[in-house]
Every structure is written in structure tokens, then in C-alpha cells.
Design a protein around this ligand. Sequence first.
Ligand SMILES: Nc1ncnc2c1ncn2[C@@H]1O[C@H](COP(=O)(O)OP(=O)(O)OP(=O)(O)O)[C@@H](O)[C@H]1O
Length: 339
Amino acid sequence: MSRPEQAGTDRESSVPLLADLEARARRAPARGPEDGVIVCDNLVRVYRTEEVEVQALQGLDLTVAEGECVALVGASGSGKSTLLSILSGLDLPTAGRARVAGHDLLAMRRRERLGYRRATVGFVWQQTGRNLLPYLTAQENVALPMKYARVPRRKRQERAAELLGTLGLAYCRDRRPSEMSGGEQQRVAVAVATANAPRVLLADEPTGELDTASGEDVFAALRRANEELGATVLVVTHDPQVSEQVRRTVRIRDGRTSTETLRGGEREFAEEFTVLDRAGRLQLPREYVERYGLQGRVRLTGESDHVGVWAADRPTTRTSDRPAAPTPDRPATPDPVEE
Ligand SMILES: Nc1ncnc2c1ncn2[C@@H]1O[C@H](COP(=O)(O)OP(=O)(O)OP(=O)(O)O)[C@@H](O)[C@H]1O
């Protein structure tokens, strides 16, 4: 398997040590969004059964930069789990483009896919029982993915203990899942998912089955994986506690990214964005469509610094005295000079 770009590695194994990962986490913010570690372009997934065809993803665009922690929200059936299955290498898109850490998810062969799932992405499922093997202790569960990655035994034990310590779980080391709370099990699941130092950590409703306090602990573990271990995190959630704590929340509607919320560093403001795809299409938030009575054909007005969208039966009024921006049938005129 090709492993494009990797943090410094331990010579005996291909798994970076914690110190290397921390260095990777420190380097991550220097990268620009154009270096997206996750890039989905016009992604389509159609499920076909004998009777029906379901378009779960309908041309989804998404770029996540290395080091980001992004929440993915959307109504039930909007395509969130489908997207995560594709990004985790479990499912194949019908069309479009999807690249994760340099791997082309549509072109991967079986061997590369296996390596990809083992080392490039980590996954945390909603159901606690799906993340851990019931007959292994926390330490053994965390060591297992490293065994598959042929990490020598001593290194596996060392790193498993280190990871459990980093996530505040040293006391659970020798406990089996049945001897841990749901929240502890999910935090161990984060340790399992990060065992082979994946560049990307995907989580599908990881706090869905937990009470508020345990959910907060699990989110804190994801945050540590992001900030201290340098994994780029994409988390599907219905939990406002999670979506309101990340800088960027992406909303999916009808199989496409529709709007985004970006929060300031100190979370003192939040701005709403909608996503313009490469073909120039954008999906207006439902509240706007309803509030302004937009349907069918809408009228566009090009202002000097923005575009207005009007219901076809309403008169347009310009919000700016400055000359309108050029439109296909009106050539550009220079802006007046402010004195
Ligand atoms: N294996 C499948 N076969 C047929 N249709 C499917 C399959 N998996 C998902 N779908 C359909 O694809 C659409 C998107 O489903 P998906 O599970 O991705 O949504 P979701 O946003 O994750 O929903 P939820 O929040 O309820 O988990 C839905 O209409 C769903 O019924």
C-alpha cells in the first residue's frame, strides 16, 4: 500500500510514537485548506434495490484541511452515514471524486483498501458494542489493530498504555468492556481508532447512546486525538454539545453539503455560509426559501459587492447606491472613488 506522507516513524514498526504525533499536531495548522486531507468532489452514491433507487449522495462537495475538527450534521436520511462509510473505505461511491490523505477512494484495489482502513483512517461507531471485542481488556483492544499492522509486541504494549494514559483511561487498562461504563468504552474506542496513528479519525454519532456528562468526556477524547495526536477529525453528530464546540460545522441536506457554520477562536461569534459547488450551484437554507417566498424561478440582482436573490413576483430594490456589478448584459463601470 502507498502511505503518502507520514510522520516520523519508529524504526522497528511503521507506527509513529506519541512524540512524533505531537510534532505532527504542532505542524498541522501551517497547511492551507487547498491541501485538504479529505476532498470530495461531486460525490454520488446511489443504492439500487430491485424496486427502488435511492440517491443517498447527490453531488456532495467537501474539503477538510489537515488538522481540522469538523462536525457533520443533517436530518435523518440526509446521507451522513453513507459519506462516512465511503470515507472509511467500507463503501464505494457511484460517481465523483473522493481522496483521503492522497488515496483515491474510487481507484483503490483490495490490498490498498485494506492498508488504508488499517492505517490511514480510524473509525468510532455509535454502538459501543461494535467498537470493542467483549472478551479483551481495554489494553488488549487497543493493541489489536497494531498487531494487524505487525507492530512488535513490546511496542504495542507501550503505545497502548501511552494512548490509554493520554485519554485519561489508565485505570481501565485491565477491564473488559462489560466492566466499563458506556462513556469509558467509547473513549477506549477512540484509543483503538487512533492506535495505528491514522491521519483521519471518523466518528458516527459517538455520543449518541450516552448521557450528557459521558458524551462530553468522549468528545474531549476526540479533541485530544485531534489536538495532541494530530488526527483530522470528522464527527457525525446530532448532539449540539459537540457541534457547538467545534470551529466548523457542515450541514448536509438531501445528499449535498448545504450550509456551514464557522465559529471564532473564542467562540464569541458564529457565521453562516452556504457552499457554492464548482458548477456555481448553491443550496439556499430552507428558512430563507420559506421566509422570502422563493420558489421556481427567482430573480438575481448583481450588486457592487453581492448578489441579491428575489422572489420572481416581488419588485427588487437595490441595497447599495454604488453602481451595480457587471452582469452578462451590463458591462462593468468603475466604482466611485471615496474621498
Ligand atoms: N444499504 C442501503 N440500501 C438502500 N438504501 C440505503 C442504504 N443505506 C442507506 N440508504 C438510504 O440512503 C439515504 C441516506 O442514508 P444515511 O444512512 O446515509 O443517512 P443519515 O444521514 O446517516 O441518517 P441517520 O441520521 O438517520 O443515521 C436514506 O434514504 C437511506 O434510506
